[in-house]
Design a protein around this ligand. Structure first.
Ligand code: PMP
Length: 380
């Protein structure tokens, strides 16, 4: 059967090839966005599993918005504003899809920073939205470009990843956060703040959510994939109360509700007194991996590469002036290291910058150093 028209925006085949080759024997992959498997809180999770209430209600159908005790905990500890309500989703990815399906009509304008998170590009392409990009700078989006775009009246929704962006690792400054919130308010644009990396800060001070400056026009996506395990598939969407009904309708039509026992497990885990220590240890681990990757890049590639230092998250955006990113990806793979070329992070698949994304969360420091030696040998 012929696939539906809105599916014709599929991931380009070269990305599928790289990701498939990344799992081959002997290849070191810095291509995926995987958290450290050796950083998973497995023993805390085993305790949580042992403590799951063995009651029929936990295994019955439940309410679409989420498992009530988890919602109550989230509303207390992850509250965006008193006017917001929450909806538990199967990962923040589902939350994003729900937002697009609840609020976008074909052709509606969506603004994003470029380079962009490919999973968001996919969601908005499937919703047949019209995607507008704004250049990202070291402080966040180019505000002049953003205002011009908002003033054109073409944008309904602005999708943003202000903390440790995927793919660049950039975090917006406080000033940028306030100014973007003011622009969203002034031009009546809804902000979708996607914050899956927010807890993974290993340097500098935590900054407020952009949504905290404009809660009445913001939707916030939080994810538990990076601080618990991605396999639980849990995230939470926070929205102004009067925007919740269409979101609930889509969630219900899609899967009725996220798994109740998994939500109960997550609640026990995140409420555990040791959970903050787990996050601290994870951040320390990522800091060590980032330092190892950053210093290996400087030693092996020196002036041939450039990157903005990051203060958290899982990625470095490595600029390689004069190199074609796709050619670099293929050459790197032939030397046994997988990376993702910049092309994957732009809507039309053509990258204006010569860059590649490197993940530093998944591999140990020695493996990262070996990966950089292999990458350097590919850049001749
Ligand atoms: N948003 C961004 C920016 C991401 O990088 C990812 C995945 N790494 C997601 C959302 C989806 O995360 P989740 O596992 O919560 O669905």
């Amino acid at each position: 059967m012929q696939e539906a028209r809105h599916l014709q925006q599929i991931q380009p085949s070269y990305i599928r090839e790289i990701l498939a080759a990344a799992t081959a024997e002997g290849v070191i992959s810095l291509a995926g966005g995987l958290p450290a498997s050796d950083g998973f809180p497995l023993s805390l999770m085993a305790e949580s599993i042992a403590q799951l209430p063995n009651t029929p209600a936990l295994f019955q159908y439940g309410e679409t918005a989420g498992y009530r005790p988890l919602l109550a905990y989230l509303e207390e500890h992850y509250q965006v504003a008193p006017t917001h309500r929450m909806l538990v989703c199967s990962g923040s990815q589902q939350g994003l899809d729900i937002i697009a399906r609840a609020f976008l009509n074909p052709g509606d304008g969506v603004a994003m920073e470029a380079p962009c998170y490919p999973g968001a590009l996919q969601v908005f392409a499937m919703a047949t939205a019209c995607i507008h990009t704004v250049q990202q700078q070291a402080t966040g989006p180019n505000l002049g470009e953003l205002e011009a775009l908002f003033a054109s009246g073409k944008v309904k929704l602005f999708y943003a990843v202000p903390d440790f962006h995927n793919p660049t690792g950039i975090s917006w400054t406080l000033e940028t956060r306030k100014q973007v919130a003011a622009l969203c308010r002034q031009y009546g644009v809804a902000l979708v703040e996607d914050a899956p990396y927010r807890e993974l800060r290993f340097a500098g001070e935590a900054l407020p959510l952009v949504a905290s400056f404009c809660p009445e026009c913001s939707l916030v996506l939080r994810s538990f994939s990076k601080v618990s395990t991605p396999g639980l598939r849990l995230g939470v969407l926070s929205a102004p109360e009067d925007w919740l009904a269409p979101l609930i309708k889509i969630k219900q039509a899609s899967d009725l509700h996220s798994s109740l026992p998994i939500q109960a497990l997550l609640l026990d885990l995140i409420a555990h007194p040791q959970f903050p220590t787990h996050i601290q240890q994870l951040c320390q681990m990522y800091s060590g991996r980032y330092q190892a990757l950053a210093s290996a890049l400087s030693e092996s590639l020196g002036r041939r590469c450039e990157f903005e230092p990051v203060k958290g998250g899982m990625f470095i955006w490595l600029k390689l002036p004069g190199f074609d990113p796709l050619t670099v990806a293929k050459a790197a793979l032939s030397k046994g290291v997988a990376i993702v070329p910049a092309n994957a992070f732009y809507p039309n698949d053509t990258a204006p910058d010569s860059a590649i994304r490197l993940n530093f969360s998944h591999e140990a420091p020695d493996t990262l150093r070996t990966a950089v030696r292999r990458l350097a040998s590919a850049l001749v």
